[in-house]
Design a protein around this ligand. Sequence first.
Ligand code: SF4
Length: 263
Amino acid sequence: MAFTQPLPKSLSPSRLADFQACPRRYQHASVERIAQPATYATAKGRFVHFVFENLFLLEAHERTVERTREFITPAISAVLDEQVRSDLQLDDAMLEKMTSETLQIIDAYFAMEDPREVTSEGVELRLGVTVDDTPLFGILDRLDRDVQGNLIIVDYKTGALPNRNFDSQTFANAELYAVLCQAKLGETPSKIRLLYVSHGESVERNVTDVVIRARSNAATSAWKKIQRYYEDGDFPATPSTNACRFCAYKEICRSNGVPVPYR
Ligand code: SF4
């Protein structure tokens, strides 16, 4: 079948992750653009990101815990729009849960770092660049400059902590951000910091040229396949328990005869 929708103009880390997990998921999400209903976890993630984005738009000396809490009310109207409320069937109890969990996250965050001492070079920084014929695009939560003058990629995480032996996916998105920084800004970040703000813990990894090359090659290889599958009119389904478990397209796949292993 030939697609009527155009191929996306670029590849982001999250869309690359979709493709690597299951090409059919990429087809549904990025080519056919079938909306993925909001879940409590995705809405809370956007809610918390809104609060921290606005915190870092303040002058450094204004970044207090009290000012941070003030962004919760604007987050309700900015993030919880009619579609999200409908997807979540949001009621007063759920809203109270989300706001109280965000207050806890704010307290946990301030125990991790003092934002008044952070030098940030970009917040929600949008970077797009073509590397090896592959158009890449990403939005970095924060790009900091440490006291030694090094660039640090900072990414907020509202989900579970990774296990001790971080798997290769833990840093995958942020490592692709490092590719973007090197190609677009001409400077390679020295480190990635993932802030697990729900837990008040962070994990870090140095950025090396080997990692940059590997992530860049993986993106290029995926983009070639994406173009080929698009021309073929079919992205293969690769069902697995891990991939299908939280996938929004289970019912579509089942109705198309894909043996989805997860209910
Ligand atoms: S339900 Fe499974 S097979 Fe279908 S798109 Fe999602 S991950 Fe792929």
